[in-house]
Design a binder for this molecule. Structure first.
Ligand SMILES: [Zn+2]
Length: 478
């Protein structure tokens, strides 16, 4: 394949980011006005006045951020990086979930090649970085984990990657429990470990795992010392399935199996009863909330979700953006906006606030995925995953309260510069690690070929005509 090569990747060098309002998201939620940040060895080495840092560290290259806002890189804890990014906006929005899964998702995933997976991950990472998202956790539908890791590494984003698999029902990725677990372990080892991308255990979840596989996956994650994730209860379907299967709600069943705990990140967990919420809180299990997908798929989020309640009660919730064909884009600013907005619309007496939503996008998300020692806030010693928002953009004129404006405004479109692990990966809104023109060409070709192999003929809502055959509807203009 002709995967777009990394071009112009700037190595992590010392850098002084000068003159911004720094939203630290530290424990006191301090905003450092007219602050400067020294980046050294990929880490935040110092925060203070520019003159003081210049005097202490002469000769360091500078990034002028006067008038800008610097925030921690955003965290996306549930993102499908394969198949869907190459076929975005093709699954109709008037079909039921069964047809969407078995008519689209499954055939597409059965046809993806390693080249498709790597390019798709690169595309997802590139778009994520352009939106200020610096950490992406793959949600567990990957046929070629090492290739996905390669795509993420090329883009320069922080990531976690696992492998698609289950042991119930059939299909290309089904395997008996022992084999499934061996494949999971192989995937974690194949992804490798560097400062950015590592492997983790990923099951599809839902009703597609035996009790033995759930228990084995939790034990495997413990042994490999990695996190583990799977899907549960985005809609009421899993509740019905588990009532038939075990006579218990899904999360209560998982607690009985002994698989809940701080190492586990449940994708979705929207439809929960009181006992399930208590089990999540009691066990320290984390949840990835993807509000954009719940709206696009009509999953009843505002009727059922308890995510903001879990946060308020001290639980661990990160934001996610699910899949491109679930109507989601890898935009955690938008997910934070939805988390707060949907809670307000419930009419509760103490609705979720923008500052809480932005915390879920940053430090709260980091805590949920077990990385709060490394990322999620701008503090000395942490990784330099930083986003410079262009204060000259019309969206910041005039400047209001930062917590309000970061969520209720449109901060995501003002992303100017992005650093991951101290490396500049976006500069003046241009990706530094990816040749976007080449990415565009390759993605267009692979999209057409993948849909053809999957036997999918994309319906179009509106008729397309050539300019030569275009006819004015109705009476011609005078
Ligand atoms: Zn998902």
């Amino acid at each position: 394949m002709t995967v777009p090569a990394a071009v112009g990747r700037v190595p992590a060098a010392d850098l002084l980011i000068v003159g911004a309002d720094v939203v630290t998201m530290d424990a006191a939620r301090q905003v450092v006005l007219d602050g400067s940040i020294l980046v050294r060895g990929g880490r935040v080495a110092a925060i203070g006045p520019a003159e003081q840092l210049r005097a202490a560290h002469p000769g360091v290259a500078e990034l002028d951020a006067r008038g800008c806002i610097v925030v921690p890189g955003l965290i996306n804890a549930h993102q499908h990086t394969t198949a869907s990014p190459l076929t975005r906006s093709t699954t109709p929005d008037d079909i039921d979930s069964q047809l969407a899964i078995f008519g689209w998702t499954v055939p597409l995933h059965e046809q993806v090649s390693g080249d498709d997976d790597e390019l798709s991950a690169l595309l997802t990472a590139a778009e994520s970085l352009s939106r200020g998202v610096t950490t992406v956790l793959e949600a567990g539908t990957v046929g070629h984990p090492a290739r996905v890791a390669a795509g993420l590494r090329t883009a320069g984003i922080r990531g976690r990657v696992g492998r698609w698999g289950w042991d119930v029902a059939g299909g290309k990725y089904a395997a008996p429990v022992e084999q499934s677990l061996a494949l999971q372990e192989d995937a974690v080892l194949a992804v490798g470990t560097d400062s950015l991308v590592t492997g983790w255990v990923t099951l599809v979840g839902h009703g597609l795992a035996s009790d033995e596989l759930f228990v084995g996956a939790a034990e495997l994650a413990q042994r490999l010392d990695v996190q583990v994730t799977w899907h549960i209860s985005p809609s009421a379907d899993d509740t019905r399935t588990y009532a038939e299967r075990s006579g218990r709600p899904p999360v209560v069943h998982l607690e009985r199996l002994g698989v809940l705990g701080p190492r586990l990140l449940l994708g979705h967990a929207v439809w929960l009863d009181n006992a399930e919420v208590d089990a999540i809180l009691r066990s320290g299990t984390a949840v990835a909330s993807c509000p954009g997908a719940y709206l696009r798929l009509g999953q009843g989020y505002t009727r059922a979700a308890r995510h903001t309640e879990i946060i308020r009660r001290g639980g661990r919730v990160a934001l996610g953006c699910d899949a491109h064909n679930a109507g989601d884009v890898p935009d955690v600013f938008r997910a934070a906006w939805l988390l707060a907005a949907l809670d307000r619309d419930r009419g509760t007496s103490e609705p979720f606030r923008s500052d809480e939503a932005f915390a879920a996008a940053t430090i709260g998300g980091a805590e949920a995925i077990g990385l709060s020692e490394l990322i999620g806030s701008i503090e000395v010693g942490k990784a330099a995953d930083l986003v410079v928002l262009d204060g000259a953009d019309l969206g910041w004129i005039p400047r209001g309260d930062l917590a309000l404006q970061l969520v209720w405004g449109d901060a995501g479109r003002t992303v100017r510069d992005v650093l991951v692990d101290g490396r500049i990966v976006v500069r003046d809104r241009a990706l530094q690690t990816v040749d976007v023109a080449e990415l565009r060409r390759e993605a267009a070709d692979r999209s057409v070929a993948l849909l053809r192999r999957a036997g999918i003929d994309v319906p179009h809502r509106w008729p397309s005509v050539t300019a030569e055959k275009y006819e004015l509807a109705g009476a011609p203009c005078a």
